[in-house]
Design a protein around this ligand. Structure first.
Ligand SMILES: Nc1ncnc2c1ncn2[C@@H]1O[C@H](COP(=O)(O)OP(=O)(O)OP(=O)(O)O)[C@@H](O)[C@H]1O
Ligand SMILES: [Mg+2]
Length: 251
């Protein structure tokens, strides 16, 4: 099983509220169409929320608890916006002949204080073994302490990734950058050395941007490739077991 995350930084314009990037979505769907036609059917797709999520969470201040009626409405609006982005991706994948099925994280995941405590992973694996391409996303999910809370696509990847042979994280940069260069390999041993180069993100990101991504992977004890999804051919190569420009995160 492989996990591919498509970052909200590529699927959307993160600096414009609820604005998709249809061209990037189309090119990535075409890439997945090629991969699917080549016989690779073992992919679980997770996508980030981009401007369909982060900005709404910040605007309505629902990152630390959803209790009032106003906050509940904001959480529901955020959930609806994230679902809209999934629909755009599903439609693009169907057009390329990929049988994509969206599995709403709010039905499968429960968090406590923003961390996953329950995840009905069996439903995802069942969907995969029936020959579909399951899609999950970063979204608002029920939280036993906070009412609802944000579950990042990165946390979902790190959790599901424990069972994966390969994890590919597509984002809007060539990999983890340090002094203008792509860092080829980050391990739990050398991470401290690179941490100072990691900031959250140049655009609104409530789940820690690049730093959050790496920390989730290392905390989940999973290995992954971080590559630029504006170059779908790089993701394609990695999904086919070939090399491409990226940062390898090795737990
Ligand atoms: N050292 C670094 N190397 C690479 N990117 C970095 C670094 N430090 C900070 N970043 C930021 O991290 C961003 C990528 O993380 P971000 O969470 O914004 O994207 P994403 O995960 O693709 O989007 P989403 O969270 O919506 O899915 C880059 O656009 C960059 O601004
Ligand atoms: Mg992010």
């Amino acid at each position: 099983m492989q996990i591919l995350k498509l970052g909200g930084s590529v699927l959307t314009d993160k600096n414009r509220p609820q604005t998709a990037n249809p061209e990037a979505i189309r090119l990535l769907a075409q890439m997945l169409g090629r991969v699917w036609k080549s016989g690779v059917h073992d992919i679980i797709l997770v996508h980030g929320a981009g401007s369909f999520g982060h900005a709404l969470v910040l605007e309505h201040n629902i990152d630390n608890g959803v209790r009032t009626d106003g906050q509940k409405l904001a959480a529901a609006k955020t959930h609806a916006a994230c679902a809209k982005l999934t629909s755009l991706l599903v439609e693009a994948l169907l057009a390329e002949g990929v049988p994509a099925i969206s599995l709403p994280p709010a039905l499968l995941i429960t968090q406590t204080n923003k961390r996953i405590v329950k995840f009905d992973e069996k439903k995802v694996l069942a969907c995969l073994s029936m020959g579909y391409l399951p899609i999950l996303r970063g979204d608002m999910v029920p939280d036993t302490a906070l009412g609802m809370s944000v579950c990042s696509g990165d946390q979902i990847v790190a959790r599901l990734g424990k069972k994966a042979e390969r994890i590919v994280l597509g984002t809007n940069v060539d990999g983890v950058m340090a002094e203008g260069k792509v860092v080829p390999l980050i391990t739990s041993q050398n991470f401290a050395k690179y941490e100072k180069h990691l900031s959250i993100s140049s655009s609104p990101d409530v789940t820690g941007g690049m730093a959050g991504k790496i920390k989730e992977l290392l905390a989940g004890k999973v290995s992954a490739y971080v590559a630029n999804a504006h170059h779908p051919e790089r993701l394609e190569a990695l999904l086919q077991g070939k090399k491409a420009l990226c940062t390898q995160i090795e737990w």
